[in-house]
Ligand binder design. Structure first.
Ligand SMILES: [Mg+2]
Length: 228
């Protein structure tokens, strides 16, 4: 069984990323608060940064440059303030990693360098030897497909069952699109009610009750339909 973890709002909350993004927008386009009114929740990096560049007056396709500047600032901003590991997220991740039934990977809209920086700040990076990232594809469903393929190579096994763990209706939709089950946690921007409306297979307010979260995961694991 493969578990694909989202990062922002699921495992950690890292406001340093927004600060790094604002600095990059200011630097390249001279715009303060270039993200004003933009909802990052569940977004993937490439389309998000491209849209931010457009809003700030960029006429060319300089999204790669923008992301490079974002990453350059991210380490420094994280060093200044790493943000938080969400309630129970570390214990839950460690428990899943220690359970021989599960293999762990990332399924995130973050470009890999950003994903790794955010996780490293909270001691979570080592649990995820591989994954699908925002530099692999623009759509979350495609990122999940990449994640499954890489995980199969890295772990040397074919995964017949996949569970996505995420915090937004977009995670639920992407999981559905690839035939994965989904455990939603309401620790990101979307409320519990909004997540409920997206009809995930399992839903928790947060991961603070490790036993409850593991029991729900085991229920999903037993019920999830074979992949592919
Ligand atoms: Mg998220």
């Amino acid at each position: 069984m493969l578990l694909l973890f989202d990062i922002d709002g699921t495992l950690v909350r890292v406001p340093a990323a927004l600060r790094a993004c604002r600095r990059a927008l200011k630097e390249l386009y001279g715009v303060e608060d270039g993200d004003r009114g933009f909802d990052f929740s569940g977004a993937t990096d490439l389309p998000a940064f491209r849209e931010l560049a457009r809003r700030c007056g960029s006429r060319g396709d300089d999204v790669d440059l923008l992301i490079a500047r974002y990453l350059a600032h991210l380490e420094e901003e994280i060093a200044a303030d790493p943000g938080i590991c969400l309630p129970g997220a570390h214990r839950f991740t460690a428990a899943c990693a220690a359970d021989p039934r599960y293999r762990l990977a990332l399924g995130t809209g973050n470009v890999q360098a950003g994903a790794r920086a955010k996780l490293r700040a909270h001691g979570l990076d080592g649990y995820f030897p591989t994954g699908g990232f925002g530099d692999d594809a623009e759509q979350r469903a495609d990122i999940l497909r990449v994640a499954v393929g890489r995980a199969q190579e890295v772990y040397g096994q074919r995964f017949r069952r996949v569970i996505v763990i995420g915090d937004t209706p977009l995670d639920v939709a992407a999981a559905r699109a690839v035939g994965a089950a989904v455990l939603a946690v309401a620790t990101g921007r979307p409320s519990l009610a909004e997540l409920e409306a997206a009809a995930p297979d399992g839903l928790l307010p947060d991961l603070s009750d490790t036993d409850r979260a593991l029991a729900l995961l085991a229920d999903l694991a037993a019920a999830v339909k074979p992949w592919g």
